[in-house]
Design a protein around this ligand. Sequence first.
Ligand SMILES: [Zn+2]
Length: 283
Amino acid sequence: MKHNIRFGPAGNPLTFSGQTINVCDYIHELGLEAYEYQATYGVRIQKQSGLKLAENARKNDVRVSMHAPYYINLAAQKEDVLKRSIARLVQSARAAEWMGAYRIVFHPGFYTNYSPQEALKRCKNSITKLMEDLDSGGMKNFIFAPETTGKRSQLGDLDEIIDICQSFDHFAPTIDFAHLHARGRGSIKDIDDYHKILGKLEEELGGGRHEDESLHCHFTRIEYTDAGERKHHMLTEQEYGPPLEPLLEALIEGGWNATIICETPLLEQDALLMQKTYQNMVK
Ligand SMILES: [Zn+2]
């Protein structure tokens, strides 16, 4: 069975001190193959830098994704919040195109006073507007990747993310397994739990099998409360879930192409540890 899993850090490696446009030289030197650019506090990169980053990533065969700003709520009550959220995603799409990012990761928003169904409906209405804006701006080359979110107050359980991705072209999921685990108050215990998630994705969305259809994933150990995620932990802190090996096993068994972005506090160090675990399993 054909499978290919790439690993990389969420943001610049902790041991990297150069310019971001050259970060993929360093990631490649480390032996990693993916990088998630963090625009979580605003899209600040300029066109020239974006293009240079893309060139540098191509040269080093590093797969780039981009994390859009946190301050997005596509289900907000207030019209100005919706407008700003949509504008941030338009900005993100433009920057993602410059830097050749194959996915634009974002958190869809919050339920606030709405029922989950109402919030989802509002979110989808906003995405319809977003797509109109991108279309009138002549933009075609982007894939948004709404992420499974870690707090129970946030829109974005697995079914909602699947629903959004089924509803629009240019959409594919980001599966943050730690977030699913935290939302589910420790719901991922073994390979069967991963089979259930991956099986559902395959059934509902297909894909993930071709080079350009890599399943985009986030992974970290996570601490949670009743409300969901609380804190990210290092990979070696095994008292926190979710477990890594059964995930890799399930991906390998299913022949998935995947990109796993490491979101532990150790970024590249733990990305390398994940990669080593994977390599030992396929040897
Ligand atoms: Zn995220």
